[in-house]
Design a protein around this ligand. Structure first.
Ligand SMILES: Nc1ncnc2c1ncn2[C@@H]1O[C@H](COP(=O)(O)OP(=O)(O)O)[C@@H](O)[C@H]1O
Ligand SMILES: [Mg+2]
Length: 241
């Protein structure tokens, strides 16, 4: 049976992140609250420097929060060791960045297999897993190509396949279309939306791109380390955070 709480994948409450470098103190997150539900596709928007990347790093367990609480799938990140967090990220989360971070000497297939092999999956299972992830992003026929032989959009599809290959509970994207021209970025937006619709993939995407934002269920607008406003699909419901 599924309860309402079960459907919350990420729950961040009163999260503060303060960077202290020498004399300089930056309050990058200032008491931020955010819940992400299973199956949701969410866009995080806001001016440069408002804390979007910091938010993503903190709620995905990549970075520690200064104050506040983050639970993912019911587990309080503060109760986990760095090692446990790293394993949790590898098993339960996928990441898509602006730069593709693909290894140039490996084929598309091998790039996608890598996270599985690193997490101890057998070679044959990794092959099957990578193949089906590449199929999900429409790159079945490009398996044996290396990144340099693929377009920007195709390379980003490979990173999406790599993010999906461990069947994550949630996928985080930081400016996933930031490096792409409008045609390629529209292709990626459509793909992300269809992965969300067809497979119920939970997605949180930091973006400047209106096209991405328009395709999501909810837009979270940030300013100065806080959520200024949340807008539900099609802008029908405006609510204060
Ligand atoms: N590792 C860091 N050390 C010190 N300050 C940082 C660090 N990372 C980010 N900041 C500062 O925190 C604020 C938020 O940055 P960031 O989360 O990268 O914003 P955004 O992704 O919205 O552009 C900025 O003022 C930035 O300079
Ligand atoms: Mg950023």
């Amino acid at each position: 049976m599924t309860t309402i709480e079960d459907s919350v994948i990420v729950d961040a409450s009163d999260v503060w992140k303060i960077y202290q470098t020498g004399q300089l103190k930056v309050e990058a997150l200032r008491g931020l609250n955010l819940k992400v539900k299973k199956g949701e596709m969410l866009a995080v928007m806001g001016p440069s420097g408002c804390g979007k990347t910091t938010l993503l790093n903190c709620v995905s367990g990549l970075d520690d929060v200064t104050k506040g609480k983050v639970t993912i799938e019911g587990t309080d990140l503060a109760t986990m060791s760095d090692d446990q967090k790293a394993q949790f990220r590898a098993r339960r989360m996928g990441f898509i960045f602006q730069a593709y971070n693909l290894l140039p000497v490996l084929t598309a297939q091998e790039n996608v297999e890598l996270p599985l092999l690193l997490s101890g999956v057998s070679e044959s299972e990794a092959k099957t897993g990578a193949r089906s992830a590449l199929k999900m992003v429409g790159l079945e026929d490009w398996r044996t190509h290396k990144p340099a032989e693929l377009s920007g959009g195709q390379q980003q599809r490979v990173t999406i396949a790599r993010a999906l290959v461990n069947k994550p509970a949630i996928v985080w994207g930081d400016e996933p279309t930031g490096n792409l021209d409008s045609e390629n970025s529209e292709e990626i937006v459509r793909l992300l939306r269809s992965l969300n619709r067809d497979y119920g993939l939970t997605l949180v995407v930091v973006t400047h791109d209106q096209h991405v934002a328009q395709e999501t269920d909810r837009i979270v607008l940030m300013r100065n380390g806080q959520i200024e406003k949340q807008i539900n699909a099609a802008g029908l419901n405006h609510s204060k955070a």
